[in-house]
Design a protein around this ligand. Structure first.
Ligand code: IVH
Length: 733
């Protein structure tokens, strides 16, 4: 094939692919690939068609404004077509976009309106004489669906325009979306509702003497497969069929992501259902306007929209020139996780309406706007293996080992699968192609499996019944989704995790004992429990693969140093169930010695302020275990010591019952730290200023609290005075 033929071949292939994926996305609300992959295919086609104009075709997806309708709603024709946006992916693309605009407008610097690209679905609303008369989806851009009754249920959509000088006719464009919190709550509710329906069904069946646990009425013929379809209500459900020996939930009742949930919710046939969905809407432009003083810029449009009662993006900003646009892009990218709704990029729009007219449109999008996309948070990759990791408490967590893939700037090769239920819900199998998602610092998640791409002959994953490390049985916690290895002390994985926890910063704080060294110590049988750490010799440590003379000496010094500790740190290190830093602090303040703490019954423990019954039980059962008592004794014999709480007590009483308010930013410590320090001294930290307060600590940029304190004549401490107060007490204590 010559290059031209090759290109033609590729163009045809791309058109077929894009048509297929476009249908799945727009019509079925059931995307088969990520948005990012779709964009890439689309862009490749745009580029090829530009390079080879002779392959032009009216039926190419690039020639069409949008997508087909699913048919459940009445069709309406948009008076002004709803266009889409051209995408740019890199800063250079954005600069090229700006250059093309400057060539047409002949301006040195272009003023842009910059705003987030919300990941929801576009709607158009028509108002006549102040009243909302029509709401429509975008559809294919020319024809949309009449969703007026559903749109009316969205709280942030004005049913009547505000102010008197309203236009006789107004058509606005905006985005309907669902916040992430609302999305999570909705999915949880849908699962509960489904469980309730299932329960009733089972009950009814029992009454009529029929067992429906093998009912295949919703299966797709017994294939171990899942089909997705749009049910009578237009709601996406994917029906999982029962397979041989793995029981699976009968239905997928949740939505995949907030965008899907917004689309599914807006397109319910029953508006009552829509009204119970946490939908929101923001508006970004005016398509038709018959009234006084039409807006002359994008910015004016937003101002007018606000005045008329619409929600507009609080992030929308004017920018002078493309470099300023890029700064806004970066800052929104850095903060995208702090905003409750998904944004998948930033939109740059030429601000002046006159310039917009000059620039005009190409087939599917205005020349005066561009969407600068963010790096995808979702990508596809394949599952190479599913491993089980055993944690300190024996919890067995499945992890998907992935073919490495870059997601939002970070290479990801593992994703958590949480637990047995989650694997079953997703039906992830080794060999599967999966969509993974990474948001902020959160551990990557498997969003779902692309079943179309499942290789032949795969089997549903069977959760192991034996610990892969020690061979003990794995048992599922009653009433919880967690499965645990029952090996406890004989399980090397638990031992390694337990030791790593023991030496970690908030516990015994032994530097130089990373997981690899701990693993080797356990593997070489040099350490069988935490006390063995204090019996290690130079020769033993030197025998480890990664230890030379100097690192050995450093490690021994660190181990020696760790013997002088505090009671809270020691309690944390023991790994008592539910006892973290703050609980350990409470316990050490309450009981002056470890012996005293160990002698308390569960009932006595739960009387301590801040200790609940579950924590009390955890402490009690930990100290009742003979092996734990022996380890503690052993540690103390090895020389581990901590101030008994006599000193804690003294510290604890120094500011007894004093009430503090903290305001403004402290430069030397965080507020949480300041609070901890105060509480260690018996003081309490209150959030609002009243005359009962003893001290107000004022950091930088204090708010109204400082002023109020002054008015009430409360003693005000600046940061230095505050630090001095803490230090003074510590010295004398
Ligand atoms: S302007 C003619 N602004 O992105 C310009 N669109 O690919 C039309 N979107 O269908 C769109 N946030 O659903 C614009 N601030 C924003 C947007 C936005 C989200 C969506 C909208 C549109 C798609 C364009």
């Amino acid at each position: 094939m010559n290059p031209r033929e090759e290109a033609q071949h590729r163009v045809e292939e791309l058109r077929r692919e894009i048509h297929k994926h476009g249908h799945a996305y727009y019509t079925l609300d059931d995307p088969r690939i990520t948005d990012h992959e779709y964009d890439q295919l689309f862009q490749e086609l745009v580029d090829l068609e530009e390079q080879f104009p002779e392959f032009h075709s009216e039926s190419s997806p690039t020639q069409r404004v949008g997508s087909k309708l699913a048919g459940a709603f009445a069709e309406i024709r948009h008076a002004v077509s709803m266009l889409s946006l051209n995408n740019v992916f890199t800063d250079q693309d954005a600069r090229d976009f700006d250059r093309r605009i400057r060539e047409v407008t002949e301006a040195d610097t272009v003023e842009y309106l910059v705003e987030p690209k919300i990941d929801g679905l576009a709607v158009s609303l028509v108002y006549e004489h102040r009243k909302l008369i029509q709401g429509a989806t975008r559809g294919d851009g020319e024809f949309g669906e009449d969703v007026t009754r559903n749109v009316r249920t969205i709280r942030s959509v004005p049913l009547e325009l505000l102010t008197d000088s309203t236009p006789a006719l107004l058509e606005v464009r905006g985005e309907v979306f669902m916040g992430r919190k609302g999305f999570e709550l909705l999915n949880r509710r849908l699962i509960q509702e489904e469980a309730e329906r299932e329960r009733i069904k089972q009950e009814k069946a029992k009454e009529s003497g029929k067992d429906i646990s093998t009912d295949q009425s919703e299966s797709d013929g017994g294939q171990a497969n899942s089909v997705s379809k749009t049910d009578a209500k237009g709601e996406e459900v994917s029906v999982l069929s029962p397979t041989n020996n793995v029981s699976k939930p009968a239905k997928r009742v949740t939505y995949m992501n907030p965008r899907n949930a917004a689309a599914g919710s807006l397109r319910q046939l029953d508006p009552l259902v829509t009204s119970k969905r946490p939908l929101d809407a923001m508006f970004y432009s005016i398509a038709r306007y018959e009234g006084p003083t039409p807006p002359e810029s994008q910015f004016d449009q937003l101002e007018l929209l606000k005045k008329l009662g619409f929600k507009v993006s609080p992030e929308a900003k004017l920018a002078h020139g493309i470099e300023e646009c890029l700064k806004v892009h970066q800052s929104l990218l850095d903060n995208r996780d702090r905003i409750d709704y998904d944004i998948d990029g930033v939109v740059y729009k030429v601000n002046s309406t006159a310039d917009q007219e000059k620039l005009g449109f190409v087939t599917r999008a205005p020349r005066w706007a561009a969407a600068h996309k963010f790096p995808a948070q979702e990508r596809t990759t394949t599952v190479k293996e599913i491993d089980i990791q055993i944690g300190r408490t024996g919890a067995a967590s499945p992890v998907a080992r992935l073919k490495p893939v870059e997601v939002a700037g970070v290479v990801v090769s593992n994703a958590t699968l949480h637990n047995e239920d989650e694997i079953r819900r997703l039906d992830v199998r080794v060999g599967d192609t999966v969509i993974i998602r990474r948001a902020g610092d959160v551990i990557p998640q498997v969003v779902r499996v692309i079943e179309d791409q499942r290789p032949e002959g795969t089997e549903p994953y069977k959760f192991p019944t034996e610990c892969p490390v020690c061979g003990s049985s794995i048992v599922r916690d009653e009433d919880a989704a967690v499965s645990r290895c029952t090996g406890k002390l004989i399980c090397q994985a638990q031992l390694i995790q337990g030791i790593s926890y023991f030496v970690s910063r908030g516990a015994m704080d032994i530097e130089g004992l990373g997981p690899a060294v701990v693993g080797e110590l356990v593997d070489q049988s040099l350490v069988h429990d935490v006390a063995d750490l204090y019996r290690l010799t130079v020769d033993q440590i030197m025998s480890l693969e990664r230890m030379a003379e100097k690192s050995t000496r450093n490690l021994l010094t660190a181990i020696e140093k760790s013997k002088q500790t505090t009671m809270p740190k020691f309690l944390v290190a023991l790994g008592i169930p539910h006892v973290g830093e703050s609980t350990a602090m409470i316990l050490s303040q309450e009981f002056s010695t470890l012996e005293e703490l160990m002698s308390k019954s569960q009932a006595e423990l739960s009387e301590v302020h801040g200790i609940g019954p579950i924590v009390a039980e955890g402490i009690d059962s930990f100290f009742s275990d003979e092996r734990n008592r022996r380890t503690i004794e052993d540690l103390i014999n090895c020389g581990v010591e901590f101030e008994t709480s006599a000193t804690n007590k003294r510290l604890a009483s120094t500011l007894q019952s004093q009430k503090f308010v903290l305001t403004g930013t402290l430069s030397e410590m965080t507020r949480t730290e300041a609070k901890k320090q105060l509480e260690a001294r018996g003081a309490s930290v209150i959030s609002s200023v009243s005359k009962n307060i003893d001290y107000v600590v004022v950091g930088e940029n204090p708010g109204s609290k400082a002023k109020k304190a002054q008015e009430l004549g409360i003693e005000i401490l600046d940061e230095a005075q505050f630090a001095a107060m803490l230090a003074e007490i510590e010295d004398s204590g």
